[in-house]
Design a protein around this ligand. Sequence first.
Ligand code: HEC
Length: 122
Amino acid sequence: MTSSRQVSKRVASAVAASLLLWGGTAAAESGSGAFSAGGFYESQCAFCHGAAGKGDGAAASMLQPKPTNFADASYWDEADRAALAKVILEGKPGTAMVPFSGRVNAEQAAEMVDYLRKFAPK
Ligand code: HEC
């Protein structure tokens, strides 16, 4: 269906545009040395991955593949933390997951993975 494709393309550019806008704020935050994984998640990740990490953020229904559900404990059985940190830095080709390397360093990406882990029941 071409029309729904075009719509999701438009949605994708809208999401990308808001990412650019929000990125400016995040850069200012990290410049002041005030990085917090929770704050960064809420401002940069929650609209796709959901406030509770369930992959059900506001943009999720428009995305294919869907954003990862980090609240699923079984997901973490297989998850490779180093690989996830790499996805945060470099993005995931073919998905809406964009690279955040301009906004977080490797240490902060690892911190984000620890933060994501907390969404799942132990
Ligand atoms: C524009 C929507 C969007 C935003 C914003 C977003 N993600 Fe994602 N994310 C996705 C999608 C879609 C995937 C791919 C899911 C898949 O491969 O099935 C993904 C994948 C990931 C993965 C890899 C999961 C895996 O198993 O391969 C990690 C880790 C991740 N995101 C963390 C984050 C973090 C941390 C942030 C905020 C700094 C963030 N994401 C922001 C949509 C988004």
